[in-house]
Design a protein around this ligand. Structure first.
Ligand SMILES: Nc1ncnc2c1ncn2[C@@H]1O[C@H](COP(=O)(O)OP(=O)(O)OP(=O)(O)O)[C@@H](O)[C@H]1O
Length: 745
């Protein structure tokens, strides 16, 4: 920005900023939430209509008081006698430099000259170096009139010295009165958590406060614009040195840019700026770009003289260049080390991958890892036995992935898709164990009764044994809840030695549940069939489509229609999931469906299935099922053994007749589980005692217990290990009484 062309108003409203330093030619965001600053935004920036009204003076390192009642920090402490920060009786002391930037509290980190008492020479050198200090003769004339050298920057060093030498007992006070005039290019307001504005301000030029005109509702000051071109070009003495400095600075700036990655747009822009902008503006711009502390920026801001500004920024620039060089070197060493150690990863960067390098941060490392990952993924795809058509699609996607920046959301989507493709069991299957005799034994062991169903299942298995690739009917078990339809499905998988996967269809009303979403959807996923195949890891599992009669039909398509394709042996060898978008052969999958009724199954679906009715059980069947299957199963599930709990046949009958009313045995199983839980608690409590009293003989004790674990308080009899009885205090009492009575009789 050519500051010579800028003419700022002579009166500027002041924005007091405690954090951040705005340098001419750069932009900062400032949060405005204090009283005077808020007033400035509201009455000046938001109301003003002209371009001039958007120009404000930004005074750095100055805290605006929270309320208007509090006093404004001194922006211009010309008449301050008390600022002398120590009582100096030393005759050799001609003055003190207060290391504050003039405003309160003093900034302890500001160490231009330190807070020490200066010798005359030091003081003069200090003053000559800085063009922004004020000199007070505190003893002779402590008032504003005494500010004789207020605007010292215009004085040549020689003249300055001659003015200083005759003066004794001076106090030098460094006052921050340099600010940056800036244009507020954006104002964003919010009321949460409290009213505040965020301003985006672009710096125009430095200014110098001459006088604060008013303090309320916001400070306005008479200012003098500082950055003017004639200041740079005039003064032929300095021009030679200035030229050298500016050339030197330019070279360093070029060096810095060369260390950065030109493919990053901001860097390319900076490179162009270096050539097109007047060299005088570069220190400010670069100081705001490179890594500098707030204090360093303040020092650059204070350096009104161009020579001084170059001198202040060159070391900062050099420091940044050295830092970048070191970073590059260490990164290179690290890469070399990796190459040496990991010999199995010879290709670190595929030529076809457009390398986007960000040497300033860790992006490069991350990207390298990513490139490795993609190469690994490609390898996995090639080894995954994927059919030709699907492989083509995968390779196309891999190609896209390589050219895609990893920050793109699609990168993750494509990667997930490819990982699914790798994981799918395209050609992986288990070999069937088709031994009819063993199958019969297994089915009998797992399930009592169900003769009709078992017969049909065995027939089905027999046909499969004879004809291996049977495009068989889909079995559908229909019967009331809890009659063992699901568990027979599981047994069939076990008999065949296949993986088992249950897909619950109850309440499903969206066809994407079966067939997946198209990948264009946000959060798209494959359907349950493909998901199931991925989780079992083989292409010939037993899929149990549970509750097929309870599918709904919603706005998102009919899931039953999607199932038609899945269940039709003529079609399902090329089932296409929307997410996958390539066909998958489902012909090896054994589908079994279950339903409570056929009334709600769509006819087209019904037509594709062979129905096997499973009737409800009689009381005797239930007792047998409980004794043979449910009680041992529940004991096992609760970590109990018959040593802990025995439920006699009469009790089981009692539970069935008094506590359950159902066609199946699910409720019966729940009651048995409730009893097991109650006993399990006692067993757990007795564990520490059991070690001591394990020698106790088993007593065949019939105990009458009122089991609260059952829903009402009918009396049931169980045979429980006396060890547990000991802990069931109430019950124990009753048991003792009973034994006593029996003994008495
Ligand atoms: N004949 C049987 N032999 C052994 N256990 C059985 C028998 N019938 C049912 N069960 C048991 O009953 C419980 C419930 O069975 P399952 O969940 O298979 O019922 P379902 O008919 O699928 O019910 P729903 O229609 O509600 O899904 C299971 O623990 C199962 O082992």
């Amino acid at each position: 920005m050519d500051s010579s062309a800028i003419q700022i108003p002579s009166r500027l409203p002041l924005l007091l900023v405690n954090e951040g330093v705005l340098l001419p030619g750069s932009s900062v965001r400032a949060v405005v939430e204090t009283s005077r600053n808020l007033q400035l935004v509201r009455s000046r920036l938001l109301r003003g209509t002209s371009l001039r009204s958007t120009i404000i003076g930004v005074v750095p390192n100055t805290r605006d008081p929270d309320t208007e009642a509090q006093e404004l920090p001194r922006l211009h402490s010309l008449n301050d006698n008390n600022n002398h920060h120590h009582n100096c009786d030393d005759n050799s002391c001609i003055g003190c430099l207060r290391p504050s930037r003039g405003l309160f509290p003093p900034d302890p980190d500001f160490t231009v000259n330190g807070s020490k008492v200066l010798t005359a020479k030091e003081a003069i050198n200090g003053i000559i170096n800085s063009t922004t200090w004020e000199i007070f003769d505190t003893k002779t004339a402590p008032n504003t009139e005494s500010v004789y050298f207020a605007n010292t920057r215009r004085l040549s060093p020689m003249r300055f010295q001659s003015l200083l030498y005759p003066v004794r007992s001076l106090v030098f006070i460094l006052i921050c009165r340099i600010g940056t005039a800036g244009i507020a290019v954006q104002v964003v307001g919010s009321n949460w958590p409290k009213p505040h504005y965020t301003l985006l301000i672009t710096g125009l030029c430095r200014f110098h406060i001459l006088e604060v005109l008013k303090e309320k509702p916001y400070p306005v000051a008479e200012v003098e614009q500082l950055d003017r071109l004639e200041q740079y070009t005039n003064g032929s003495d300095a021009a030679g040195e200035l030229n050298v400095l500016s050339e030197q600075f330019y070279e360093y700036a070029i060096q810095l840019v060369e260390l950065l990655d030109m493919s990053v747009p901001v860097v390319a822009k900076l490179r162009r700026m270096l050539d097109s902008l007047p060299k005088e503006t570069l220190p400010d711009i670069l100081a705001s770009i490179i890594r500098t502390s707030a204090n360093e920026k303040l020092q650059v801001l204070d350096a009104v003289g161009l020579e001084e500004r170059f001198k202040k920024t060159i070391p900062l620039l050099v420091r940044q260049i050295e830092g970048l060089k070191l970073l590059k070197k260490t990164r290179k060493l690290k890469l070399d080390d990796e190459k040496r150690v990991v010999t199995i990863r010879p290709i670190r960067r595929n030529n076809s991958i457009s390398g986007k390098r960000f040497p300033l941060d860790t992006a490069e490392e991350e990207e390298d890892d990513d490139v490795d990952d993609i190469i690994m993924l490609e390898k996995k795809i090639r080894n995954a036995n994927i059919p030709e058509q699907a492989l083509k699609v995968c390779m196309k996607e891999i190609k896209r992935l390589k050219n895609m920046p990893q920050s793109m959301p699609e990168f993750v989507l494509t990667r997930n898709y490819l990982e699914l493709m790798v994981e799918l069991p395209w050609k992986k299957s288990t070999s069937d164990r088709l031994d009819l005799h063993a199958a019969r034994v297994l089915l009998d062991n797992d399930h009592y009764a169900m003769q009709e169903l078992k017969k049909r299942v065995l027939e089905y298995l027999a046909v499969r044994q004879l004809k291996n690739n049977l495009k068989g009917p889909i079995l559908c078990f229909v019967g009331p809840p809890g009659v063992g339809k699901t568990s027979v499905g599981r047994s069939i998988a076990k008999t065949l030695g296949r993986e088992f996967h249950r897909i619950s269809l109850g309440g499903v009303s969206d066809q994407s549940y079966i067939r997946g979403h198209r990948r264009t959807y946000v959060g798209s996923m494959p359907g349950r069939i493909i998901n199931g195949l991925k989780s079992v890891g083989v292409n010939n599992p037993v899929f149990l489509l549970d509750e097929i009669d309870k599918m709904g039909r919603g706005l998102q398509g009919d899931p039953a229609a999607a199932l038609l394709e899945v269940l039709d042996p003529e079609q399902n060898h090329s089932f296409t999931d929307h997410y996958l978008n390539v066909s998958f052969d489902l012909s090896q999958v054994l589908f079994i469906a279950t339903a409570n009724t056929t009334a709600t199954i769509p006819p087209a679906l019904l037509d594709r299935m062979e129905l096997i009715q499973v009737a409800g059980y009689m009381q005797e069947d239930k007792v047998e099922i409980a004794l043979r299957h449910l009680i041992p199963k529940q004991l096992d599930l609760h970590g109990l053994t018959p040593h802990h709990l025995q439920i006699p046949q009469e009790t089981t009958e009692d539970i069935i007749s008094r506590y359950t009313r159902e066609a199946g045995v699910r409720s019966l199983e729940r009651k048995i589980a409730a009893i097991c839980r109650a006993v399990a608690v006692k067993v757990a409590e007795s564990q520490h005692r059991s070690a001591k009293s394990s020698h106790l003989p088993w007593l065949p004790l019939t105990l009458v217990v009122v089991h609260t674990c059952l829903s009402n308080t009918q009396e049931l009899s169980f045979t429980v290990n006396p060890l547990i009885v000991q802990l069931m205090q109430l019950e124990l009492l009753k048991a003792r009484n009973k034994i006593m009575n029996e003994a008495g009789n």
